[in-house]
Design a protein around this ligand. Structure first.
Ligand SMILES: [Zn+2]
Length: 242
C-alpha cells in the first residue's frame, strides 16, 4: 500500500517570504504578487520533479497549517540568526511576543496561512479575492478562500450574489463565509459577533466560536497565534458582500 501513499508538501507564509525579499506584500505591489506566483509555480514543478525522481507521489498543496503558521513564526523569533529578519515581517503582536518569549512559546504571532493575503490587509474584498483566486490552479488542493463577515445577520441575498460571482468568475475551488459568535458560559446565550459581555445576563464568562482553518471551533482551544489572527482579521460588511 505504500505505493499508493501520497506525500504532501505544504506551504505557509508566502506573503512574508515575498515581503522579506521584495520589500512589499502581495497586496501592496504587482511585482510582489508576481514573485509569489513565480515561487509557487516553481515549487509545484519541483514537487513533480521530486515525484518522478523518487518514484513517489508528492503533491504540492496548501495544508491547513493551524499550528505551523505560529510555530514557524515563533521558531524564527527564537533563533538569533533570524530574529531581526523575522521581526520585520511576522504578523501579530510582535512586541508582546518578544516580551513573553522566555516564558512561553505559545505566542501571539504567525505567518500568513498558505498563499493568503494577510488577515489584516486593508483592502477591499474584491481586491482580496482577485489576488487569492490566482493561486488555486497552482496547488493540488487544500486551498480555501475565507470571507470573514462583519455583520451578525448578513443579508442572505448579498451572500448568494457574492457566492455566485466567486463560483462563476474566479478560479476559486473552495470558499467559506464565516461569522463570529459569542457564547455565554453561564446562561448559554449566543450572540453574533465578538462581545465583551453576554447581552442577556451580563456575564463576562464567555467563549467564542469562529473558523480556524476549515472548521468552526471554540476559540478557547486556539493557540495564541490564531487568537491574535482572529483579532487582526479584516471583516467585510454589506457594502462588499453583494
Ligand atoms: Zn449570559
Amino acid at each position: 500500500y505504500l505505493d499508493e501513499l501520497v506525500y504532501i508538501i505544504g506551504v505557509v507564509g508566502i506573503n512574508e517570504m515575498v515581503q522579506y525579499h521584495y520589500g512589499k506584500q502581495m497586496h501592496e505591489d504587482e511585482g510582489a504578487l508576481r514573485l509569489a506566483i513565480r515561487a509557487m509555480t516553481e515549487m509545484g514543478l519541483y514537487a513533480k520533479e521530486l515525484s518522478q525522481k523518487e518514484n513517489m507521489e508528492i503533491s504540492f498543496s496548501r495544508t491547513p497549517a493551524e499550528t505551523t503558521a505560529q510555530r514557524f513564526a515563533v521558531a524564527d523569533l527564537l533563533e538569533k540568526e533570524f530574529r531581526e529578519k523575522a521581526r520585520k515581517v511576522v504578523k501579530g503582536d510582535v512586541e508582546r511576543a518578544l516580551s513573553q518569549i522566555n516564558e512561553t512559546r505559545d505566542l501571539p504571532v504567525y505567518y500568513t496561512n498558505g498563499t493568503h493575503v494577510p488577515p489584516n490587509a486593508d483592502i477591499s474584498l474584491a481586491e482580496r479575492i482577485k489576488i487569492e483566486h490566482i493561486f488555486f490552479p497552482i496547488v493540488d488542493g487544500g486551498d480555501i478562500m475565507h470571507i470573514f463577515l462583519g455583520e451578525g445577520y448578513p443579508d442572505p441575498r448579498g451572500i448568494k450574489s457574492l457566492a455566485l460571482k466567486i463560483a462563476r468568475n474566479t478560479q476559486t475551488g473552495y470558499y467559506a463565509f464565516t461569522k463570529d459568535m459569542t457564547v455565554c458560559m453561564d446562561c448559554s446565550h449566543v450572540t453574533m459577533g465578538l462581545k465583551e459581555e453576554c447581552e442577556k445576563c451580563g456575564s463576562e464568562n464567555l467563549d467564542y466560536i469562529s473558523r480556524i482553518t476549515g472548521y468552526l471551533q471554540a476559540v478557547s482551544g486556539w493557540n495564541e497565534g490564531k487568537k491574535q489572527e482572529l483579532l487582526d482579521r479584516l471583516r467585510y460588511g454589506k457594502d462588499e458582500v453583494k
